[in-house]
Design a protein around this ligand. Structure first.
Ligand SMILES: [Mn+2]
Length: 321
């Protein structure tokens, strides 16, 4: 809480703010950035958001979505840079340079092993989403959340908890969500529809092809699926449309570790991990230079798809034993 008080002081004392988040932004990074932007603007501040990659189309219904930039004027200097949902600066891609030029860096995150790269670091690994942390920040400011902010924070928490199904979901998550629902008169069924039930047929085609690749280890403890670059091309889809695919692997009976291999480009593979109850997938991802949370993590590995799969599966087998 002390760190939050200092962050509030920095907000009060400065004028221009930059907000960014990790490459390939998700519902939590987009929702928490848009919420924070609106909060700061209502406090009379000047705010710019930019991310390395575009926001997934799914989140087009969030207010302020069109203000997210991908490029910034060179040499633009801000008083304060907020980095949300990112355990280290190397996860930011092209916005890293702008961050480094800011007078003060504030790091708000919930990942294990966060590098505390900010002057101020509010890192709560028990928070299910940065959305929760931004909510806590409004409490310390004494800021009254409006409907738009409530919706953004709700979407962040909804998506980062896998619709409140994952083990990071706490009683605090539900308390916050209940409050957001009241403030914004939010309708969960309608939001769920907007986030999960507006898939293009091409994305469903990709899902169908991906499901077809399901494999399991002999004892059934490890299950995995694979998306190749070819499959993206054939269906005319992008990585942004695969956010939920890992949950299908996770749902296989008897599997403790679920893995999704996604070929991003030639010789570059994103590997996403989920675990159900005992395996520490943060540690597994860390072995390959990635990280995340105890039950959800990811890494990007250079190399041929088949080689990467072999290496990763061998490592998971080893760590499960
Ligand atoms: Mn997050």
């Amino acid at each position: 809480m002390d760190e939050l008080k200092k962050i509030v002081e920095v907000i009060r004392e400065n004028e221009s703010f930059f907000i960014t988040s990790h490459i390939r932004p998700d519902g939590d990074s987009i929702g928490s950035q848009l919420a924070l932007k609106r909060i700061l603007e209502k406090l009379g501040k000047e705010v710019t958001i930019a991310n390395h990659d575009p926001a997934p189309k799914t989140y087009d219904f969030l207010s302020g979505r069109e203000s997210i930039k991908q490029e910034l004027p060179k040499n633009r200097e801000f008083d304060v840079a907020f980095v949300l949902d990112s355990p280290e600066l190397s996860r930011l891609g092209s916005t890293k340079e702008t961050i480094k030029k800011a007078k003060v860096i504030i790091n708000i995150d919930h990942h294990l092993g966060n590098k505390k790269f900010g002057k101020y670091n509010y890192v709560n690994t028990k928070a299910s989403a940065v959305g929760e942390e931004i909510y806590e920040l409004t409490k310390v400011i004494g800021f009254k959340i409006d409907r738009e902010i409530a919706l953004c924070l709700y979407v962040g928490i909804l998506t980062d908890t896998g619709s409140f199904r994952q083990s990071n979901t706490t009683s605090r998550s539900h308390e916050i969500v209940a409050d957001l629902m009241k403030i914004g008169d939010l309708k969960p069924a309608q939001i769920t529809h907007q986030v999960y039930e507006t898939q293009l047929p091409s994305a469903i085609k990709l899902l169908s092809m991906t499901l077809d690749t399901l494999e399991r280890s002999e004892d059934g403890q490890i299950a995995w699926m694979t998306i190749t670059d070819e499959m993206f091309k054939e269906t005319g889809t992008t990585k942004a449309e695969t956010e939920n695919f890992i949950n299908y692997v996770r749902s296989v009976k008897g599997s403790e570790v679920a893995i999704l291999f996604t070929e991003l480009a030639k010789d570059e593979v994103k590997v996403s991990f989920r675990s159900k109850s005992s395996a520490d997938v943060n540690r597994i991802a860390k072995t390959f230079g990635g990280g995340g949370h105890l039950r959800a993590s990811a890494c990007t590995i250079k190399g041929d798809l088949e080689e990467v799969k072999e290496k990763v599966l061998a490592e998971v087998e080893k760590q499960l034993r």
